[in-house]
Design a protein around this ligand. Sequence first.
Ligand code: COA
Length: 325
Amino acid sequence: MLPCSILAGCGGYLPERVVSNDELARTVDTSDSWIQERTGIRQRHFAARHETSAFMGAAAARAALADAGATPDDVDAIILATSTPDQAFPATALRVQADLGVKRGFGFDLSAACTGFIYGLSVGDALIKARQATGVLVIGSEVYSRILNWQDRGTCVLFGDGAGAVFLRAGADDGPANRRQGILSTHIHAQGTLGDILYVDGAVGQPDKPGHLVMNGREVFRHAVTRLAEAVDEALAANGLARSDVDWLVPHQANRRIIDAMGRKLELPAERVVVTVDRHANTSAASVPLALAEACRDGRIRKGQLVLLEALGGGLTWGSALVRM
Ligand code: COA
């Protein structure tokens, strides 16, 4: 029998500095009303120099371990999803390993843009089921403020910095009842031919480093609505569940209009959809675990409830996960 992956704890970290739309509008040709109307974003957090992906990832991981009642000794794998690593190598995951004082196991970074956390959950779950790990930290940590093009008002107003993390613990699978707890299934997809609708035009391997984010917003929007709807249906069908079985939708926080469309598709009342985009903006791989951590911490999401996670990002990548808390 296979072990299952219990989502034992979650945590988040946001940089201290909060930047409102009005503050952005002092240096960017934009307005609070344009940003709010098109995206639902009111503010975002921007990292200070010391708030790197490793620093924020470690802080979120510490919070997740504390929430799970676990210690660094319980961790034997660290998966860190990021598009903004501290260095090309060592992996930011290993900077986190050192910072936390984790003394065994392994870790690596995962690049799947805004879908990185869902990919990380999928890989973490597979490692546990393959008995290669028993305690996995899955972290999303991003400092998009460092890769934004401040001359492009169509993108620079959309993103923020932050980190979120979960701790997955191997649980016994003693039969069908236990198979219905923890991560029920994950569904990850990619279409490389759509790589040019959302990308960063540089990296350390490029002559013109470090690069800025480039996006065709309309195309991304179009694909997001279709692909996310498919991913959500796929997750429910794989588990023989109906829309009405879902207690909470924790979507990627890119745009309020996309989030609302997904909520309507699932016929979930708005209060069953976790929304942080208004305060965090799009924190890419950190957005889903940050939203999850917030709703668990404030008591909205409770043990035993069914949570549907979904995300889409550059690649194009997209995916979903169903978790029994
Ligand atoms: N402030 C004010 N005006 C802005 C602006 C800003 N920050 N950004 C763009 N505009 C202007 C444009 O210049 C354009 O003006 P024009 O009509 O005079 O040429 C107008 O607003 C419309 O621009 P457009 O880019 O067509 O807007 P849109 O309705 O497509 O909305 C997004 C733009 C980005 C909000 C929308 O496309 C979107 O949400 N896309 C999905 C993005 C996403 O989710 N990305 C992350 C996925 S992980």
